[in-house]
Design a binder for this molecule. Structure first.
Ligand SMILES: *Cc1c(COP(=O)(O)O)cnc(C)c1O
Length: 480
């Protein structure tokens, strides 16, 4: 399996060659040259597989240059009930992603039982093991540099903690995350994890990361890399649970389903799109946004109009607060019948601060065949959905999952089973849960007093030089 760039001007690569990198050298995103197809006979066999066996079946179609025994060992080590159960005893965690039925035909697929209580652990835990494997083989090291306002940074740290050959330097805005989020990250004691709290906002932290990444000499000398949501291996790991959820919600492979996906950077739902292109019977992919509705606008109007950061709102589903959707280019490449010159044209408009409009083109007429529906949700909707789900089913959902469920129930075709992806546990967003339900969400066992653990964090002014000095001082083996 070879991977090509959505911008068409980069050489084709294999899975392990793009594993540790980010964007393609031409600025595009990597996608398989062709999507592997799943036959009816394969679907019938896959229906009864365990999560790890299913992950192996799916991922061996993509990671064709990793020897089968190695890939199997990496997957078996990743998808175990011990990693994905959080000490909870109220579901069958041998399933890894248990399906919770609210009522006939309405389900929640639990994806947030990993160590940081958000769906990002599903892919990130695999990435940690894949990175360690690849670096080991290449006798190489990698220093992951990132900025976070919450979920991504903690998922990356819990995936990389203690891994050979990997260090994580994670910047976060000092005093701007919840006490729980801070405790989650800063209480890690592994020597390869470096938490840096920046005196400033998230954007200041992000700018520092960009400045370091743009210093190509520094980046090369200190082997700086990232694990952001455009990483292809992350997307491919997410394809697996679309299959798992489908099998759990249906009796036979003749049935079709609707998925509802709380969306930000379009990474999660992009995996659903690919599962569908592989032949999984998904009739509807329902995209849900919060008040930051750039994607909902596209699917309703054909106009893709990224917002400036000054038009990006801080909401009560903060992990969906995006100004542009970094994985959306992958879908557009398919919608444009893989015409890379068209992608280049559209993204040159976007990167110049503009927009593009497909309303009057053949692409708009092609769009329905991809199965998308969309809608948005706001703070009041979110509270109402959390409250109604609690009252009706005694199930507590987090604000992001509530956005997905609200839009999913609105947009679903009534003849289809609806599977709403759970993207975080309510325990991560106590404040909003208290506002909706006047009660605190339960915490998974072992996390009750995480705020009291000793914390390890470096507080730093928002100066690029300080960051470079700190990295240089903590990457001793590379200062040759
Ligand atoms: C990251 C995240 C999302 C958005 O997922 P994308 O892949 O960026 O679309 C939604 N909910 C939660 C809780 C998240 O952490």
């Amino acid at each position: 399996m070879k991977y090509i760039s959505t911008r068409g001007n980069a050489p084709a690569k294999n899975f392990t060659e793009i594993l540790l990198g980010g964007l393609a050298p031409d600025g595009g995103l990597y996608l398989p040259e062709q999507y592997p197809q799943v036959t009816r006979a394969e679907l019938d066999t896959w229906r009864n597989l365990s999560y790890a066996d299913l992950a192996f079946a799916v991922l061996s179609k993509f990671a064709t240059d990793i020897p089968a025994n190695d890939l199997r060992a990496i997957i078996n080590k990743t998808y175990t009930a011990a990693v994905y159960s959080n000490g909870r005893a109220d579901a069958d965690f041998t399933q890894i992603t248990p399906l919770r039925t609210l009522e006939k035909g309405v389900h929640i697929l639990e994806l947030s039982n990993g160590p940081t209580l958000a769906f990002k652990d599903m892919a990130m835990q695999l990435i940690g093991n894949l990175f360690e494997y690849a670096l080991d083989k290449q006798h190489d090291e990698l220093n992951i540099l990132g900025a976070t306002s919450g979920d991504t940074g903690s998922a990356a740290e819990y995936a990389m903690r203690g891994k050979r050959g990997i260090r994580v330097f994670m910047l976060s805005p000092h005093g701007k995350m919840s006490a729980f989020q801070r405790a989650q990250m800063y209480s890690l004691q592994e020597k390869n994890i470096f938490n840096i709290a920046i005196n400033g906002m998230f954007d200041d932290a992000q700018d520092m990361v960009k400045a370091v990444s743009n210093d190509h000499a520094f980046k090369a000398k200190y082997k700086i890399g990232t694990v952001n949501s455009i990483n292809w291996a992350r997307v491919s790991a997410q394809i697996v649970y679309y299959f798992k959820g489908y099998f759990a919600a249906t009796q036979s492979n003749d049935e079709q389903v609707a998925y509802a996906v709380p969306s930000g950077n379009f990474g999660n739902i992009c995996a659903g799109h690919i599962a569908r292109m592989m032949g999984l019977p998904i009739a509807q992919l329902i995209l849900a946004t919060n008040e930051n509705d750039v994607l909902d606008e596209f699917f309703r109007t054909g106009i893709y109009r990224p917002r400036g950061t000054d038009h990006t709102y801080a909401t009560s589903s903060p992990s969906m607060d995006i100004s542009k959707a970094s994985n959306f280019e992958r879908f557009m490449f398919d919608l444009l019948k893989r015409d890379a010159s068209k992608v280049r044209e559209f993204w040159s408009q976007v990167e110049a601060g503009g927009a593009f409009n497909i309303r009057d083109s053949a692409s708009w007429r092609d769009l329905p065949q991809f199965g998308f529906a969309s809608g948005k949700s706001n703070h009041a909707d979110r509270l109402k959905t959390i409250r109604e789900t609690w009252q009706k089913y005694k199930v507590m959902i987090d604000p992001h999952t509530a956005d997905g469920l609200k839009v999913g129930l609105e947009q679903r075709r009534p003849d289809l089973p609806l599977i709403c992806l759970e993207t975080a546990l309510p325990a991560k967003f106590e404040e909003t849960i208290i506002e909706a339900l006047q009660r605190k969400p339960e915490r998974p066992a072992g996390l009750e007093s995480i705020e009291n653990l000793p914390q390890r964090v470096e507080i730093m002014d928002a100066k690029v030089e300080n960051l470079k000095e700190y990295i240089a001082a903590n990457v001793p083996s590379m200062v040759k």
